[in-house]
Design a protein around this ligand. Structure first.
Ligand code: PMP
Length: 351
């Protein structure tokens, strides 16, 4: 028996996991959570009534997230990673005979989860600098999608969307505007500030990057209560287990340490960008924890292979729509970044 069409994920999504010294391919945090996190979590776990189902609405976790973002608890929907948040949105607002608009290149999973949920996808091209083309907005509105996905900062380009353009979309579009801020903490603007004014806005965040908890699988949406209610109803009962709720709430108590880390990663990002530019690469200005770069003089696939041979793994994104001859490198810690830069220099010297 064959599965439904569209179940297979697009080739190129899963980054090969190779055994190398420096892994800069999946945009994770280079460090684990703060030192006392695991011990404090073990203590907290002792208080969980494991024989009972978890809090179905993850009250304490949502309260803590609401506090972090200056919204109300009922403006929060949480799920197992922001991918599951995206899936829940599409289950509720997408589906058969409904359409989502995306601007490519962008995060590959929008397309995939639309396929999984039988949602029609309409893709619009970005400009050559990878920003959304204002001129295509008329075409977007003309297809009357139910949802517009905007990834900002965008993966895999790192480009932050112009807030003015975002506001224009929010003003003129009546459907859901989903702003995926998986990398929002590394950028200078967040759509969270627009939430009180625009009821159709959904902002998505994740624990997988800044909070150094990709292994926890926790993400959330901030939105108007009318939308969050629908999302809670759409998710399976008890989809967030007690462990995750506890760990997610605990992680937020260390936001100071996290802010410091973000500052360090941003400084490292700028250092890498500067050095790559000095080496002659074309570097897309990034507001995320990764950088898209390439050079006409170097074949990106060959460069990726040479880096692997030198014990560095970056992301080969050449098969992504409209990315061209470029690679994406995640910002690691100072030592890892220096290692990566050194190896690139060696490769260039061998040309
Ligand atoms: N959105 C974007 C833009 C991402 O890059 C990622 C992670 N690669 C996600 C969502 C999914 O993150 P999570 O680990 O929370 O599912």
């Amino acid at each position: 028996m064959l599965p439904r069409e569209g179940i297979r994920i697009q080739s190129g999504y899963h980054s090969p996991q190779l055994d190398v010294k420096v892994k800069l391919n999946t945009n994770e945090s280079p460090e684990g959570p703060p030192e006392n996190f695991s011990d404090a979590l073990v203590e907290k776990l002792k208080t969980i009534h494991w024989n009972r189902y978890p809090d179905r609405r993850a009250g304490a976790l949502c309260e803590a997230l609401a506090g972090l973002h200056g919204v109300e608890r009922n403006n929060v929907f949480a799920a197992n990673g922001s991918n599951e948040v995206l899936q829940t949105i599409l289950l509720a607002y997408g589906g058969h005979k409904r359409t989502a608009a995306i601007f490519e290149p962008t995060y590959l999973l929008y397309n995939h989860i639309c396929n999984l949920t039988s949602t029609n996808v309409v893709s619009f091209p970005r400009k050559s600098d990878f920003s959304i083309d204002e001129a295509v907005l008329e075409d977007v509105f003309a297809v009357s999608p139910e949802i517009i996905f905007i990834c900002s900062p965008n993966n895999p380009t790192g480009k932050l969307e112009d807030p003015k353009l975002l506001i224009e979309i929010l003003r003129r579009f009546k459907g859901l505007v989903v702003v995926d801020e998986a990398y929002g903490q590394f950028s200078s603007f967040s759509a969270v500030d627009l939430l009180p004014e625009y009821k159709s806005l959904v902002v998505i965040r994740t624990y997988s990057k800044t909070w150094a908890l990709a292994g926890l699988r926790l993400g959330y949406a901030l939105c108007d209560v009318a939308i969050s209610e629908v999302l809670w109803e759409t998710a399976l009962p008890y989809h967030l287990d007690s462990f995750k709720q506890t760990a997610g709430e605990l992680a937020l108590s260390d936001s100071e340490a996290m802010s410091e880390r973000i500052g360090n990663l941003i400084a490292e990002r700028e250092r890498i960008a500067k050095e790559l530019l000095e080496m002659g690469f074309d570097v897309v200005p990034s507001q995320a924890n990764f950088i898209l770069f390439g050079s006409e003089a170097l074949d990106a696939k060959l460069l990726w292979k040479s880096l692997v041979e030198k014990d560095v793994l970056v992301r080969d994104v050449t098969s992504f729509p409209k990315i061209g001859n470029r690679l994406r490198v995640t910002v690691g810690n100072h030592k890892e970044n220096s290692f990566f830069l050194q190896k690139i220099k060696e490769i260039i010297a061998q040309q």
